[in-house]
Design a protein around this ligand. Structure first.
Ligand code: GLY
Ligand code: MN
Length: 258
């Protein structure tokens, strides 16, 4: 059963793709509604509302919102902060659709405009993510992908031996399998040197805690295909410019109230 769950059939991938589509819709509405003064609880309720409106039977896990002093928790889900100017948010959230899960994280500023420090860290994470996505294909391994990350970091003037990059390099941005659980069974995986197979669904997760009040998480649900990969959680604004333009739009909470 462990082996069967590791490699998803096309029918299973279709269910995860629908879960990811729903998750993207919910992330979009959440981002659009984010503004200074917004209670996190209203945003968490919005995420659940949009997910269920779009067909989710449940959430895959408690919606994680980290801002301000909650960043170091890693998986904070008490939703008890009212967003402040200067806050940088991580939203880590996804739905359960027909018992299949999606796991998606976005990172963005509460006021809709990146500070120079926020931009620098975020764009570093985005660069690492792109290297990983560009190298996922059947037959390669996560450690081979991670080696490409290491080379990219050095080419771009970063100290690739720094602690913050260790996991990303060792595992090529892989964090965990996804399927009938957000962290699907993984006992049959031998490690980062196992060749990737079409049908393997996993979290490509760039998670970089930076300080007591700042960190980024850029996470997608990805499947290995016959000739490369498919990002199932596509459709999100991911660059700084895309996020800033998108957050200028009014969201549902601006229309119906908090
Ligand atoms: N996105 C939640 C987790 O991977 O633990
Ligand atoms: Mn995850």
């Amino acid at each position: 059963i462990q082996v069967m769950r590791k490699v998803k059939s096309p029918a299973e991938v279709a269910l995860v793709r629908e879960a990811a589509r729903i998750g993207v819709e919910a992330h979009l509405e959440f981002m659009r509604s984010t503004e200074v003064g917004m209670p996190e609880r209203a945003l968490a309720a919005l995420f659940e509302f949009v997910s269920k409106r779009e067909g989710a039977q449940e959430l895959a896990y408690e919606t994680i919102i980290m801002a301000g002093e909650h960043h170091p928790w890693g998986h904070y889900h008490r939703w008890d902060r009212t967003l402040e100017d200067g806050d940088f948010l991580i939203l880590d959230a996804g739905p359960d659709y027909a018992y299949y899960n999606a796991d998606i994280s976005t990172s963005f500023p509460a006021n809709g405009l990146f500070s120079s420090e926020q931009r620098e860290l975020y764009e570093l994470g985005l660069g690492i993510r792109q290297v990983c996505l560009d190298n996922y294909r059947p037959g390669t391994t996560f450690s081979a992908v991670g080696e490409e990350v290491r080379l990219w970091l050095m080419e771009n003037g970063h100290d690739a031996s720094a602690d913050r990059f260790r996991g990303l390099i060792r595992w090529g941005c892989y964090n965990h399998p996804i399927g009938m659980a957000t962290h699907d069974v993984m006992a049959s995986m031998t490690g980062p040197d196992e060749p990737l197979e079409a049908g393997f669904v996993f979290a490509c997760d760039i998670n970089m805690p930076e300080s007591e009040t700042m960190g980024i998480r850029i996470e997608d649900t990805v499947v290995i295909t016959d000739d490369g990969y498919e990002n199932l959680s596509t459709g999100l604004p991911r660059t700084v410019e895309e996020i800033e333009a998108f957050m200028r739009e009014d969201g549902l909470l601006q229309k119906v109230g908090r």
